[in-house]
Design a protein around this ligand. Structure first.
Ligand SMILES: [Zn+2]
Ligand SMILES: [Zn+2]
Ligand SMILES: [Zn+2]
Length: 239
C-alpha cells in the first residue's frame, strides 16, 4: 500500500503524514478556556503510512467513549469485541457478551473500559487497539500532545486524516467502488463491472464497498454509519 497524504480539517490543507502533527499544533487557534484534550495519532497496524488519523479526545472521556469513536469512524462492522492494551494491561469490551464470555474475560484479567483517559494516558505514550478477534483490525495509538481546546460536541473529533488510497477496477481503469471478497486477494471493481459480475445477483453479500478505512473488505464493513464521519476524497493532484 502506498503512503497517503492527509487533509487538515481545521484549514483544509493537504500535507504528508510526517508533517501533519506539527502543522496541527501551529494551525490550531489558541483558545482561552476550553477543555483539556489529548492529541492522538491513530494508525493502522499493517499499513500505518496509508491509513492514519489525528484526533482530539477529551481527557475526561472514558476509554469506552474513545472505543466508540474509533468504531464509528473506522472499524465497526457488526459489534465485535474490542480492546486497548495500555502498559501491558488489557481493557476489553463486548457490546453483547454471553455469560460464558463474561467469565472468560474475568479469568483473563481483562479490565473494563470505564477508566478515564486522563488517568491512563500521558504524552508520548503508545497504546495498542484491536477490534474483532477473528478477523482483527489492529490500530496503534500514540499520544502526541495535551492542551486545552473547544470540542464542538462529543468525546472526540477527527482533526486530520488520510485521503482514500486510489485503486482501479480490475477490468477497466475507473476507480474501484466495490471489493469482491470471495477471492484472495480481494478483487476491486467499478460499479458497472461489479454489476456485470456473475455473483452480483447470486451472492450480493460478497461485494463490499471500497471505503477509506483499514477495515475495508473485512467481515461486513461498509464504512461509517454517519455521513459526517465519512471521508472518501482522493488525494488532490500534485503539480
Ligand atoms: Zn491546518
Ligand atoms: Zn463484523
Ligand atoms: Zn470497471
Amino acid at each position: 500500500m502506498e503512503p497517503m497524504p492527509g487533509r487538515c480539517f481545521l484549514c483544509g490543507q493537504t500535507l504528508p503524514k510526517a508533517a501533519m502533527s506539527e502543522h496541527l499544533q501551529a494551525c490550531r487557534q489558541p483558545q482561552p478556556g476550553g477543555v483539556p484534550v489529548f492529541l492522538v495519532l491513530v494508525e493502522d497496524g499493517y499499513f500505518p503510512e496509508t491509513y492514519w488519523l489525528l484526533l482530539e479526545a477529551r481527557q475526561d472521556a472514558s476509554l469506552s467513549a474513545l472505543d466508540d469513536f474509533l468504531r464509528r469512524v473506522w472499524v465497526d462492522c457488526c459489534g465485535h469485541y474490542s480492546q486497548f492494551v495500555i502498559d501491558g494491561q488489557v481493557y476489553g469490551r463486548r457490546p453483547n457478551p454471553s455469560p460464558v464470555e463474561i467469565v472468560l474475560d474475568e479469568e483473563a484479567h481483562r479490565l473494563t473500559m470505564k477508566p478515564l483517559l486522563r488517568g491512563l494516558l500521558t504524552v508520548g505514550q503508545a497504546v495498542d487497539y484491536l477490534y474483532d478477534e477473528m478477523w482483527p483490525s489492529e490500530l496503534r495509538l500514540r499520544v502526541l500532545a495535551a492542551y486545552a481546546a473547544d470540542l464542538p460536541e462529543g468525546a472526540a473529533r477527527v482533526v486530520a486524516r488520510n485521503y482514500k488510497p486510489p485503486r482501479a477496477c480490475s477490468v477497466c481503469d475507473r476507480p474501484a467502488a466495490w471489493l469482491f471478497t470471495d477471492e484472495w486477494p480481494l478483487r476491486p471493481y467499478c460499479d458497472e463491472h461489479a454489476r456485470q459480475h456473475p455473483k452480483w445477483e447470486t451472492a450480493p453479500d460478497a461485494f463490499l464497498p471500497y471505503v477509506n478505512s483499514p477495515r475495508v473488505g473485512l467481515c461486513v464493513y461498509r464504512g461509517p454509519a454517519e455521513d459526517a464521519l465519512k471521508f472518501e476524497a482522493y488525494p488532490p493532484p500534485t503539480n
